[in-house]
Design a protein around this ligand. Structure first.
Ligand code: PLP
Length: 370
């Protein structure tokens, strides 16, 4: 019989974050784009750690940080980071005093947002946000002249500074799509109207990762890069470095005969005698349940099928006739350099995009940064 001391060292599900990949990706954008680089670190740095990604990107050539909520921007300051920060998605009653105290630029998507910020009485810096084709955040083109006129009046009164104008593209993941040029021209027209109203925004910014990689005409003064920093290229044109590796230890191994149903609902039934390995990761840890029946992990040097339904806390892996020891390490995903599944594979199995996989890893997964 084995004694406990002969078992492998205790491991737990771990998300390894490779900041050298983030640094390399950042340098690539800093080198190849015309404008400055804003590192977009919303959603906890796309699941890679807000402060770690922010510091790494700034050290590698980014000069701005971008987030959605004011709370995320305050978290940047709480981490002791001093770079310019823009927060672009806030309710009307956003706390302008907090923005002013922490030197956080605010995007302003409507006249109402502008009036509330101006009335708050703190001379904050704002970026006027124009909807350039998503019908999502930003001012509709028809509302833009009134927004720039009101912003100009407030600036002339010394109540705000209009530091920037921003837009965003709906179809940038499809280079050459007509909507991209329409959006770009709509943005340039919006900037032109702002300048004619007397504003002098020093940063005009439109491009995110996909446009930055495929359309230099969108670079302007600043590009906002999120996915690209962590190795995701929505345009599918460029090989970037993936920064994540998710591993889990085998907690149990068992041999089962043919015609055994596995997991809830018996969605998979063995067609032969086989060996099963249990991993302590499930949908609560960010493995999408919809990937059940398609997903794979790497274990004992090879890709293995995940069988049965993905549970909240665990998955079962079919090893065939190749047993492994409890404690062996499975690679759920990684950069793919050693044949392991990638984040892109998981996105495909789950009918989603890599962004959703990397931002969805659960809080109880241990993080390990290098
Ligand atoms: C998330 C976001 C970005 C970053 O986009 P990526 O494609 O991840 O680089 C840029 N701009 C806005 C407005 C965003 O919401």
């Amino acid at each position: 019989m084995r004694t406990l001391s002969t078992l492998p060292a205790v491991r737990e599900p771990t998300l390894e974050v490779d900041l050298t990949a983030v640094a390399a990706n950042t340098r690539r954008f800093a080198r190849t784009t015309g404008g400055a680089v804003m590192a977009v670190v919303k959603a906890d740095g796309f699941g890679h750690g807000l402060a770690d990604v922010a510091r790494t990107a700034l050290a590698a050539g980014a000069t701005w940080l971008g987030v959605t909520s004011l709370a995320e921007a305050v978290a940047v300051r709480a981490a002791g980071i001093d770079a310019p920060v823009l927060s672009w998605l806030n309710p009307v009653e956003v706390n302008a005093m907090t923005a002013w105290v922490h030197r956080i630029d605010l995007a302003v998507p409507s006249l109402l947002h502008l009036e509330v910020v101006v009335d708050a009485g703190y001379p904050v810096r704002v970026h006027l946000q124009l909807d350039t084709g998503l019908a999502r955040d930003g001012a509709a083109p028809g509302d833009w002249p009134a927004l720039v006129a009101a912003a100009r009046r407030a600036e002339a009164d010394g109540r705000i500074t209009v530091a920037g104008v921003m837009g965003h593209l709906a179809m940038a993941a499809e280079p050459g799509h007509a909507a991209n040029e329409i959006g770009r021209l709509a943005f340039l027209h919006g900037v032109d109207l702002a300048v004619r109203a007397g504003l002098r925004p020093s940063v005009r910014h439109l491009a995110a990762t996909a446009a930055a990689l495929t359309d230099p005409g969108t670079h302007l003064d600043l590009v906002r890069i999120g996915a690209g920093l962590v190795g995701i290229d929505p345009s599918g044109t460029t090989r970037l470095r993936s920064a994540l590796r998710l591993t889990a230890p085998v907690v149990q191994v068992r041999r089962v005969p043919a015609r055994v149903g596995i997991g809830y609902g018996h969605t998979y039934v063995t067609d032969r005698a086989t060996t099963l390995a249990l991993l302590p990761l499930g949908y609560a840890d960010g493995l999408p349940r919809v990937a059940s029946g398609r997903a794979e992990v790497q274990l004992a040097g090879r890709r293995r099928r995940v069988v049965g339904v993905i549970s909240m806390d665990q998955i079962v892996v079919d090893l065939g006739d190749e047993p492994v020891e409890p404690g062996a390490e499975a690679v759920v995903f990684g950069p793919g350099d050693h044949g392991e599944p990638t984040v892109e594979d998981w996105a495909g199995w789950a009918d989603t995009i890599p962004h959703e996989i990397v931002t969805g890893i659960g809080a109880r997964v241990r993080r390990s940064v290098r």
